[in-house]
Ligand binder design. Structure first.
Ligand code: 5AD
Ligand code: SF4
Length: 438
């Protein structure tokens, strides 16, 4: 087969880690099959891709302003493609609003990227499409920590969330493919494997075919940890509802599983949790979080919270603040509720005033700042083993402690990929700064 002429790809990725990994898959496919190489210079690109997110309204409006701008700046003949979650939910509406777009492929149609670039006008946004055993090519933004997908889609019906409408039903990726991919990445230098799924601890409920070996998430963690070169395993996102004792015990006892847990609370009010269809109560969440703290004194717990969900009263919001005070999360991703198309909650008639939601978000953040000051100050003068995985533009080397605290030091590039001991000399809320000690 004749080698194709080299072309340049400019890609912008919005949204979550899943999207970051989808972009890596796209880059690998286009590199292997179409001879594309990455560029950061928009004007020299032959193909401009935006991998979109639709979880809140903001990234959706951003899409149209971005591609409008790209259309004016692009070189003559360059193509523009839109993929990801907004592609799934808007589909051909994107061609209507931006007729210069050449193709639209949904979050579950990534493997069709080669066909898309070779077709005049291509649309593929099927959310039933099953890519769970498609062997994508290899490309990684970061050689030291590797994202590995373990499932696609989501079976939950949280009433605020658009994701089941953009990524479809949940299907687990066969464990043999996951292990093979983790092995490949580890052999190329990734000592840290980051397992990704919308609901990781629901792993194993459904595979594309009955011939695949069934196992649950705890078994999968143990299986990946058997890969010799892998030193650290992280995962996101688990669901609090599926945090049974077996899962917590595997998490606590497997030494390669990093001791940081993301536990998306969403709300501390049982009433609101019911309206959100989260399937657990405030008490269940507290029981799991406090059990984790008791089992693993050094564990860090992060969370996602939505403020101003329809019907959220001052008392409901105080329940959320109460959980924050009790659990003392090491990290909170807090968002104002954003009504999404296709979701049940967007139809609820008791929407909360945006001003009230904004004030609640501010109160939540100032409580969290106080907690973070306390947590980071406690780390002063302590020594941590840090896996260095990034050289930042600022010139600092960055890495994470086992329990996911971000640590930065001045140092030499050759420390990348190494685990070193660092004494914290300057603890800040969002990052700890320190010095190497031997
Ligand atoms: N409005 C605000 N935040 C949302 N999230 C999901 N849907 C919405 C929405 N409609 C948040 C949740 C989720 C995180 C990825 O985004 O907290 O855990
Ligand atoms: Fe990720 Fe959700 Fe955004 Fe899709 S909508 S990119 S799944 S955060």
């Amino acid at each position: 087969m004749a080698i194709k002429e080299e072309k340049k790809l400019y890609i912008e990725t919005l949204g979550c880690a899943m999207n970051v990994r989808d972009s890596e898959h796209i880059i690998a496919e286009l590199g292997d099959k179409e001879n594309y190489v990455i560029t950061s210079n928009l004007q020299e690109a032959d193909l401009i891709l935006v991998n979109t997110c639709s979880v809140r309204e903001k990234p959706v409006s951003k899409l149209f302003s971005e591609i409008g701008k790209y259309n004016l700046q692009k070189k003559e003949g360059a193509k523009i493609g839109v993929c990801g979650c907004t592609a799934s939910h808007l589909g051909k509406e994107i061609f209507r609003r931006a007729p210069y777009v050449n193709f639209v492929i949904g979050a579950r149609n990534v493997s069709k990227i080669s066909t898309a670039v070779n077709t005049e006008k291509f649309l593929s946004v099927d959310i039933d499409y099953d890519e769970s055993d498609y062997a994508f090519g290899e490309y990684r933004n970061n050689l030291y920590k590797a994202y590995v997908n373990i499932s696609i889609g989501c079976d939950k019906q949280c009433t605020y969330c658009i994701v089941p409408h953009t990524r479809g039903d949940e299907i687990s990726i066969p464990s043999e493919l996951i292990v093979k991919e983790a092995q490949k990445a580890a052999q190329k230098g990734a000592k840290e494997i980051f397992l990704l799924g919308q609901n990781v601890n629901n792993y194993g409920r459904r595979f594309s075919s009955s011939s695949h070996e069934t196992m649950d998430f705890s078994d999968l963690l143990n299986r990946v940890s058997e890969i010799q070169e892998v030193e650290r395993i992280r995962f996101t996102s688990p669901h609090p509802l599926h945090m049974d004792d077996k899962f917590l015990e595997t998490f606590a006892s497997n030494p390669k599983v990093c001791k940081s847990m993301h536990m998306p609370l969403q709300s501390g009010s049982t009433h609101i949790l019911t309206q959100m269809k989260r399937g657990y109560t405030k008490e269940w969440f507290l029981n799991r979080a406090l059990k984790l703290r008791a089992m693993i004194p050094d564990v860090s717990i992060s969370t996602d919270i939505i403020v101003g969900f329809p019907g959220e009263s001052e008392a409901d919001f105080e329940e959320t603040m109460d959980v924050i005070r009790q659990v003392k999360f090491e990290q909170i991703f807090a968002f104002k509720y954003s009504p999404r198309p296709l979701t049940k909650a967007a139809e609820f008639t008791n929407q909360v005033d945006v001003e009230i939601a904004a004030q609640r978000l501010e109160r939540l953040q100032s409580l969290q700042d106080e907690i973070l000051d306390e947590i980071s100050e406690r780390k002063r003068d302590k020594v941590y083993a840090v896996y260095i995985d990034e050289l930042r533009n600022s010139g600092f080397l960055a890495g994470r402690t086992d329990n996911n605290a971000l640590v930065q030091i001045k140092g030499d590039e050759e420390l990348l990929g190494q685990t070193i001991n660092i004494k914290i000399t300057n603890p800040k809320r969002l990052s700890l700064y320190g010095e190497r000690v031997l």
